[in-house]
Design a binder for this molecule. Structure first.
Ligand code: FAD
Ligand code: SIN
Length: 522
């Protein structure tokens, strides 16, 4: 089956949805998404979205906080641009129906998270992402120009390669013509031709054994663009959230928002002692790289499986009012956080790098944009400031939409792309091959490419991953396409890109901490 549209968007999180709403006035939009339409990292965002709304906060303070968190690797021009556009984009989300909590005097009830010098996080209780996803989907449903195809898995972006031409990406431009997508319900592979294609596929938490990300976060966007010879950068900067709920066996790990520390929660060892002041004067509210590393260090030196987040000294009613979902979740596990500390551990949470884009979200591949978590804009540097990712997604979806609207009418569809060739493939006989390979990737990444790395660990990870890579590519060549196989392949590719980037970096900075390159900072 062939479809032809002006704009193809891959992914229905905050980035894809907000882009769709903007371009839909100008042309036909097809959005594909591999699971239910609302399933995304966006849906699970808790703390909120950072933005400068009023005094005493200023753009300069938010810019400065972002630069400090990024440990010297942010692009200052980009930081300034994103922060200065924050207020307009928030007002737009509100116009689209997203509701952010207000205090008794009608002002936004702004929260605080690690690395922020002011209260500037707009939130909807502790399920901000759910509220944003709801509002955006409601708008998208009422727009006749947008078609959402759920349970459609993007397999590859279409380029000259599919016309049988070899393209040397260094000397010639690779162009994108759309994507092949597997309709999971019919098991048919469709060809979607587009003038503009937008990667909005989110992150890759499932490269690791423990992650806060929902199951969709398998690095598909990074892998597809890498295979198409697009540029990626900064993939060594994997952000581990310091406080996922310690509940062995639960996957994904349930997040305990940093906003609880912003509200006054304190990190303690299991015997009740505060420790963060030993590592940073901002203590429990230091940027995430420092807090996650400190927790990792305490757990390893003490031989503990978790640390505690203690909120028992805080106002009970206010705590439950602000964090009702976390309260209910903990209660189900027999933990009343108003009376007992919450056991927490770091878990893979966010990829700071990604598909390299310019200020309009354009990737190195012509007519292919990348927005949201899958992109690398220069905003986050070596460590993302909390709650800057939802902001980055709306700023860049706006910028990408402006550029796309300007460009698309001069682009023609490429009609010569052949149908997907499934010749010579057979149904998989042994699912155990996939599940075991996935388990091995998780073990490699968790043990050798985690919060603390070394040259030896990275080399070991690389060598072991190569075996899995070759086995999986071989399986892919001779097996009928399935989402599980494609996800495994993408996870392995994303892991490979992370390890390679980590091996190439010869210093310790931000989230990349290699004991062979000791840092003067913790
Ligand atoms: P996503 O929202 O992840 O959407 C990706 C979409 O792409 C999904 O619809 C997915 O199904 C689809 N997709 C992926 N691969 C394919 C494929 N091959 N084919 C078709 N579709 C595909 N950030 C903040 O700023 N503030 C917060 O408070 C916050 N809290 C968080 C809490 C949790 C638990 C998590 C996991 C993340 C949190 N983050 C937060 C990070 C933030 O939620 C994400 O970075 C952001 O939502 C990413 O949005 P996105 O639109 O880029 O991608
Ligand atoms: C959180 O609520 O702690 C997550 C915020 C983020 O990842 O930006």
């Amino acid at each position: 089956m062939k479809r032809k549209v002006d704009f193809l968007i891959i992914g229905s999180g905050i980035a894809g949805l907000s882009y769709a709403l903007k371009v839909a006035k100008h042309g036909t939009v097809c959005m594909i998404t591999k699971a239910n339409e609302d399933e995304s990292n966006t849906k699970y965002a808790q703390g909120g979205i950072a933005a400068v709304m009023h005094q005493p906060d200023t753009y300069e303070k938010h810019i400065n906080d972002t630069l400090i968190a990024g440990d010297g690797l942010c692009d200052e021009k980009i930081v300034r641009m994103v922060v200065e556009e924050s207020t307009d984009r928030i007002n737009e989300l509100i116009k689209w129906g997203a509701q952010f909590d207000k205090n008794a005097s009608g002002e936004f009830d702004l929260g605080k998270e690690g690395g922020h010098s002011e209260n500037r996080i707009l939130h909807h209780k502790d399920n901000t992402g759910f509220e944003i996803e709801r509002a955006l989907l409601e708008q998208v449903h009422s727009n006749q120009n947008i078609e959402i195809l759920d349970h459609h898995f993007a397999l590859e972006v279409l380029t000259q390669h599919h016309l049988g031409k070899y393209v040397n990406s260094k000397t010639e431009g690779v162009e994108c013509y759309g994507a092949y997508a597997l309709n999971i319900r019919t098991q048919k592979i469709e060809q979607i031709l587009a003038k503009i294609t937008v990667m909005a596929t989110g992150g890759a938490g499932h490269v690791y054994g423990s992650t806060t990300n929902p199951l969709i976060a398998t690095g598909d966007g990074y892998a597809m663009v890498y295979r198409a010879k697009g540029k990626l950068e900064g993939m060594e900067f994997v952000q581990f959230h310091p406080t996922a709920l310690y509940n062995p066996g639960e996957r994904p790990a349930f997040l305990i928002t940093e906003a609880m520390r912003g509200f006054g929660g304190i990190l303690k060892t299991v015997d009740g002692n505060e420790f963060m002041h030993k590592y940073d004067k901002r203590a429990s509210l230091a940027p995430r790289d420092i807090v996650a590393r400190a927790i990792d260090h305490e757990m390893k030196t003490r031989g503990d499986n978790f640390v505690h987040l203690d909120c028992t000294h805080l106002n009970t009613d206010e705590l439950i009012k602000h964090f009702p979902n976390i309260y209910n979740k903990c209660k189900q596990l027999g933990i009343d956080f108003t009376k007992q500390p919450i056991p927490v551990v770091p878990a893979a949470h966010y990829i700071c790098g990604g598909i390299k884009v310019n200020t309009s979200g354009q990737s190195s591949i012509k007519n292919l944009f990348a927005i949201g978590e899958c992109s690398s804009t220069g905003l986050h540097g070596a460590n993302r400031l909390a709650s800057n990712s939802l902001l980055e997604a709306v700023v860049y979806s706006h910028r990408a939409a402006v550029k796309s609207i300007k460009n698309f009418s001069a682009i023609s569809h490429c009609e010569k792309i052949p149908d997907w060739n499934a010749e010579g493939t057979a149904s998989p006989e042994e699912m155990v091959l996939l599940t075991e390979s996935l388990r091995e990737v998780h073990s490699i990444m968790t043990n050798y490419v985690g919060i603390v790395r070394s040259n030896l660990r990275l080399k070991r990870a690389f060598d072991r991953l190569l075996i899995l890579h070759n086995e999986t590519e071989n399986l892919y060549e001779r097996t009928t396409i399935s989402p599980k196989l494609c996800e495994l392949r993408n996870i392995i590719k994303a892991a490979y890109i992370i390890i390679k980037a980590a091996m190439q970096r010869k210093n310790s900075i931000g989230l990349h901490y290699n004991i062979d390159y000791p840092s003067t900072k913790f």
